[in-house]
Design a protein around this ligand. Structure first.
Ligand SMILES: Cc1cc2nc3c(=O)[nH]c(=O)nc-3n(C[C@H](O)[C@H](O)[C@H](O)COP(=O)(O)O)c2cc1C
Length: 262
């Protein structure tokens, strides 16, 4: 499948088979994809703790419950807790040195001296700000996006989940002081149809993207839209016929409660 088709076919999958285990190697493949995502300054602060429902304690599973996740935490055989390791930013200087050493950043003949006098002190000066929600969360998002596409390629379904109280979860899974969970990702084999009821709505392109000035929408070429539609980036919009019946049947089969899922 072409990348554009992969992106077009990816959906948040909320209905996962609770009885079908996920091969640990598939989870590894997701994590491998996450590891090579971009991080600012190559800081590698994006980490994950994998929760295996079968072997986690009841208390651990119970604390994952979230009003916005509804039944999803109950179904998923695997839940990945994606977190920022704040202490990674303490090594920001070393990560920059590695980038120069491996030839990613061109600094000319005095590259080491240049780096030590410019970026390294800058990163250490703004260290606290780098740890705060913002850039590092963006890094984590990139990692999760790559792991999501890998999961899709492996036939798995995933959905990101928020929580009302990550601190409780951080404690239950013994994460260190400087760890901050950003999002949980449910993982399993889909029990819903492959198109998951169609592509979910988005705001109009013109409202989201601009060129040079905020009052100038980015010009959207219909030819490009047609090409991407032909190639599968754009799919049939949700809801597809029969979606409500499909959800009702799943809710009945798995005894699922109503939920405020988003
Ligand atoms: C950071 C993040 C948090 C999310 N949290 C939840 C959540 O708590 N519960 C849920 O059902 N979906 C959650 N979602 C999934 C979004 O609702 C979903 O991406 C959106 O509706 C678009 O659907 P799609 O991913 O199928 O295109 C989350 C997505 C992201 C990126």
């Amino acid at each position: 499948m072409e990348l554009r088709q992969v992106i077009g076919n990816r959906r948040s999958i909320r209905y996962l088979d609770p009885d079908k285990p996920v091969e640990i190697e598939k989870i590894q493949r997701m994590l491998e994809a996450a590891r090579i995502a971009s991080h600012f300054g190559n800081n590698s602060a994006a980490c994950a703790l994998v929760v295996h429902r079968e072997t986690a304690t009841d208390e651990q599973i119970a604390c994952l419950h979230s009003p916005v996740g509804g039944f999803q935490m109950k179904l998923a055989p695997v839940i990945i807790l994606w977190y920022i390791d704040g202490s990674a930013l303490d090594e920001a200087g070393d990560r920059l040195r590695e980038l120069v050493e491996c030839g990613a950043i061109g600094y000319g003949p005095n590259k080491r001296k240049e780096l030590e006098e410019t970026l390294v002190p800058l990163f250490s000066r703004i260290g606290a700000a780098l740890r705060a929600p913002g850039m590092v969360d963006m890094d984590l998002g990139q990692a999760v996006a790559q792991s999501t596409l890998m999961a899709f390629e492996l036939g798995l379904g995933t959905c990101c989940q928020g929580s009302a109280d990550w601190e409780v979860v951080e404690k239950a899974f013994s994460l260190p002081e400087n760890a901050r969970i950003v999002v949980a990702q449910t993982v399993g084999y889909p029990i819903e149809s492959a198109d998951a009821g169609g592509q979910r709505p988005r705001l109009p392109f013109e409202r989201l993207f601009q060129l040079n000035s905020h009052d100038t929408p980015f010009p959207r070429s219909e030819t490009v839209v047609e090409e991407l539609t032909r190639d599968g980036l754009f799919q049939e919009p949700a809801p597809r016929p029969g979606r409500e019946e499909e959800i009702e049947a799943l809710r009945e089969k798995y005894d699922l409660p109503g939920s405020g899922m988003i």
